[in-house]
Design a protein around this ligand. Sequence first.
Ligand code: SAM
Length: 356
Amino acid sequence: MTPRRGSDQRGKGDPNRDRHIPVLLSEVLEALQPKSGERYIDATFGAGGYTSAILDAADCQVLAFDRDPSAVAAGADLVASRGGALELRLAPFGQLLDWAEDPETQDRFVGQFDGVVFDLGVSSMQLDEAERGFSFQSEGPLDMRMFSAPGEGLAEEGLSAADVVNTFDEARIADILFQYGEERRSRAIARAIVARRVQEPFTRTLDLADVVAKVLGGGKPDGRHPATRTFQALRIFVNDELGQLLRGLFGAERLLKPGGRLVLVTFHSLEDRIVKRFLASRGGRSGQGSRHIPQSSIELRAPSFRIVNPRPLTSSKGETQVNPRARSARLRAGVRTAAEPWEIEFADLGVPGLAK
Ligand SMILES: C[S@@+](CC[C@H](N)C(=O)[O-])C[C@H]1O[C@@H](n2cnc3c(N)ncnc32)[C@H](O)[C@@H]1O
């Protein structure tokens, strides 16, 4: 199903309007297949690109989440313009699992949705706002929290990236860079960070980017900035992104009706691996046991999803020319079966374990 062109109802004068280009939008709609009378969850509202397109495609309802107060504030016009079809919540999408498990909410939410879509990672607005501290290319405070205030109850009581590099011991910093950034020189970078912070604690993004660049020396052959992996690792850790993803996946498995569609767009290999393993196991394709799930019990479980595309969809050349951010996007999708949801096994989906 294609979105109705020219019917973007994001508020006029909304600063987010032209800044975040939704990635793989027509592929997302094709996988989600919005239909009139149905209910969807947009787990990552951002600038509302997917939400607008879903609401344009069918006379349906969307419940959207974002953990970033700026994204939710900027979405107020869209909520007002949609006359009750859109509810936007300031909350992490890990809450989907809380609803499914809480006896007070589960009756209202379990098996009640026709589609759930996740567009993971950061938005262009978050990257562009130097004050958020996500970018190694613009000067800003070394923060990287998507949620603005401590107390969301996640990610080490709201530590910022500066807290991590200034207070964690060297081995732990190295582990974070290795596990969440897949940075091969993690130990050398951690050593340089600790040596530098003794002179002066880190407060600014470019300061950290310079220290990393000195260790790694110049740019990477693929043209990426040497601090790319370090910044990715800190962002994932500070926001507990992989823990959130697992909670979101387990929650969606419970909230979707039989026939409901789960659609995920990922931007790096750690996320994609988790999504791939989740769908492969739930779709009966993994064929592997694990420390926690013996092979025999996997074989007895009925698949809770039918996998739509065994290989991930990626962006076309045309899309990546217009939107370079789409280069690393991968879309995976599944359709919920009528089988019971699987048990929640955090340890089995390839999440790097770091002692917190
Ligand atoms: C890539 S953007 C989404 C863009 C959106 N699909 C659009 O078309 O405008 C990702 C958004 O997800 C939000 N986000 C990331 N992790 C989240 C989480 N665990 N819970 C809720 N929102 C999250 C970010 O704050 C960001 O606004």
